[in-house]
Ligand binder design. Structure first.
Ligand code: TXA
Ligand code: MG
Length: 332
């Protein structure tokens, strides 16, 4: 376990950002906002700092991490862009898109960042505070979501502190994130653009820019992505998806009006963008409410499988999946 630290809540302007950059230069961990979720930042060129990310998150194995850079020029120093990758970077960076690309020979990255793979995941975030931090720090930042391994991703600084407080040096508090689900990950390593993880940028928009459909991941790529392990983003309570039976006293995660039910709605007007922004915060809140009320499950309305609905359903299915070592047959 990592040494206990006094995690500092940092402001999102001048002094706070300078303090954060200094901590990062010291090889320490600082969580920072992006437009998707909060990331756990470390100097991507410093092997010890990157190793500390795995320790703080309690990640069971060395999965590759996303490297955040300020712009395309910085990305091109680390990876090779083919024509498709160029199109996607031009169309969607800065923004909620991560590209997995062939790592450039001699790229100054700690090998642990890519878990020894010949590819690297790169992202140019759009959040003004993430961009200001990248400028202040002046190098690439490794940044997985700032939550303990296997738990719900954080969309507020409080979520980060609940999950990682005492294990990291600081968190920059810039309020709730806008998009609410992680970036869409596209692999462009073999001449075929592949959807490795649905996310905050709808796949339809990517296919329109490329003028062709995305392909599924090849098996080996799938295995490297913890987003693709069965149980991920797991709250403590059981989620029952596509629920349609009213159970007296049940707690609901609604899509559309609650209409007298107990719980929270992702979006009263069934707006998928609003729903994505609320998803993780509502899961955190319902988890706490269920625990306090002695309830063991939360019922979830169906969400349409289009646009951001694909990312929302992907996260809901993972949150509902059985945990490793858990026998669901027993409790039906
Ligand atoms: O929105 C986001 O993407 C957030 C913010 C903080 O940027 N970050 C995030 O990182 O979600 P993380 O580590 O929780 O998820 C990164 C995903 C993992 O599923 C990882 O396996 C995959 O990216 N990944 C990273 N490098 C890869 C590579 N070379 N090949 C295949 N998958 C890769
Ligand atoms: Mg994550």
């Amino acid at each position: 376990t990592p040494p206990s630290e006094n995690t500092i809540r940092l402001g999102d302007t001048g002094r706070g950002l300078r303090a954060a950059a200094a901590m990062l230069r010291d090889g320490r961990l600082v969580a920072f906002p992006t437009e998707t979720v909060y990331g756990l930042g470390a100097d991507a060129t410093d092997a010890r700092a990157v190793a500390a990310i795995f320790a703080a998150k309690g990640r069971p194995r060395f999965n590759p991490l996303i490297v955040h850079v300020p712009d395309l020029a910085a990305a091109e120093a680390l990876a090779e862009f083919d024509h498709d990758a160029q199109i996607l970077a031009d169309a969607f960076w800065p923004g909620p898109l991560t590209l997995v690309l062939p790592r450039r020979a001699g790229a100054p990255l700690a090998d642990l960042v890519t878990a020894g793979l010949p590819s690297v995941a790169l992202r140019v975030p759009a959040h003004p505070v993430a961009r200001a931090l990248l400028r202040a720090f002046g190098g690439p930042l490794a940044g997985p979501s700032a939550n303990a391994s296997g738990r719900i991703s954080p969309t507020t600084a409080d979520h980060v502190l609940h999950s990682l407080g005492g294990r990291i040096a600081g968190v920059i508090d810039a309020g709730p994130t806008g998009v609410g689900v992680e970036s869409t990950i596209i692999g462009v390593t073999d001449g075929v653009p592949r959807l490795l993880r649905p996310g905050g940028l709808p796949a339809e928009a990517i296919e329109a820019a490329l003028r062709r459909p995305l392909s599924p991941p090849v098996a080996a790529e799938g295995i490297t992505a913890p987003g693709q392990l069965g149980s991920h983003y797991a709250p403590g309570v059981r989620l029952i998806l596509d629920a349609d039976v009213a159970v007296a006293g049940a707690l609901w995660l609604a899509f559309g009006p609650l209409a007298g039910r107990r719980g929270l709605s992702l979006s009263d007007s069934r707006d998928l963008t609003e729903a994505a922004a609320h998803l993780f915060a509502h899961l955190h809140a319902l988890d706490a409410e269920a625990r306090a009320a002695g309830l063991d499950r939360v019922l979830v309305d169906p969400v349409p499988e289009t646009g951001l609905g694909r990312a929302i359903n992907d996260r809901l299915r993972r949150a509902a999946a059985p945990r490793p070592g858990e026998d669901r047959a027993k409790d039906g």
